[in-house]
Design a protein around this ligand. Sequence first.
Ligand code: BES
Ligand code: ZN
Length: 459
Amino acid sequence: MTDAFDSSTVDSELRENRDRHVTELQEFLRIPSVSADSRHHTDCRAAAKWVHDQMAACGFATETVETDGLPIVYAEWMQAPGAPTALVYGHYDVQPPDPLDEWTTPPFEPAIRDGCLYARGATDDKGQLFTHIKSVAAWLKVAGRLPVNVKFVIEGEEEVGSSNLDRFLADQKGWLACDIAVVSDTAQYGDGIPAITYGLRGILACEVTIRGPRQDLHSGVFGGAIANPANVLAQLIGSLLDDDGRIQVPGFYDDVVPLTDEERQAFAALPFDEHDFCQSLGIDAVSGETGYTTLERRWARPTCDVNGLFGGYSGEGPKTIVPATATAKITCRLVPDQDADKLTHALEQHLRERCPPGVRLEFSTYHGAPAVVCDTSSPYMAAARTAVEAGFGLPPVMIREGGSIPVVGSFKEILGADTLLLGWGRNSDNLHGPNEHFHLDDFHHGTLASAHLWAALNS
Ligand code: BES
Ligand code: ZN
């Protein structure tokens, strides 16, 4: 049990040190820790060291663990015997900053404008992760202890599929034992509407290349007589979805758990304005699978999206060639109980069966993760509601999200732990895009909510 310590002194400590916290976060954001780009792996290691030093300075026992990829920082404070143990997860890696010329200020030179901190990783996930680091630091500084035991696992490969994390979780299962995991890497429901996310979609990621002639050829001399890899790729991509937005890969929907009526009603009860949604994205209409609402399509239905498409000439002006190759990067978002490996295989089969003679199809797989839906009735969930309300001044709504965080499925499978997905960001924070930012109010409210969570988990 938490004794008579007045946790409002932790709040005061956090409020008094806001500016310092922002300055420190800016330091973290200056490190270009792009995991997808091997030229930035030294920077990723620098970010791991930065996190290590922060955790050690808080008074946590801290270790940096090497993997076959980028290091994982593990830290723990285990001096609350008999109290629950929470395991905080975050990632120090960020997405590539491209397209660079669309940033108002450079992605790794953090800048404050209109109450927001702009930088790659500001919301995803350095800023959100940092709220938990600052909340435990404040507790230990003013109270000399935390109300619960807390462990941190901070990795550097989330944005490329967390492929070395499961091995670490399995090898260090004993070390990592916990009652509940805590992840702040999602978003609030909307401006001024804090949320707890109880479900995430899974993912499969692959790349397909069509190879034709030995080299680019004159399209007047050879066009019409040989298969054009770019045309073939376009046809194959066209075969993936029908006019109702249904994925045409055989068996794709076999394992899908349909939404319940209760859940559909709960989604429908959330405020959602389609016109505002479209306007905020610069589009004039929504689009997707027939028979489902926009929230259902985003949170609880599978998708198949081309993420990148290239081949042939992309410089200025025309160029008359039949390109030698064309490539597409493809991801599918998955829902319970779809299996990423099984569906990757089905997708490959679908493409191979349709690939015409005269070209070769190469298929490679990047990563996969299952969808998750967490228990909303646990005492941990109740503690999370109390904490979010204390931090943001409003009770949270319960939502699902369309993004994926591979570790959440792994926590369940390997450690047997459910996760509290407490997102302090906003989907309008431009995560993964140019001009990513984090509202400073969200940063401070998130830090307060985190501080309250430790007390609420032991009350
Ligand atoms: N923070 C996101 C996931 C997210 C964002 C969930 C917004 C819900 C709302 C995370 O860092 C991310 O982008 N994950 C990747 C995972 C993939 C590379 C395996 C994703 O969802 O694309
Ligand atoms: Zn993230």
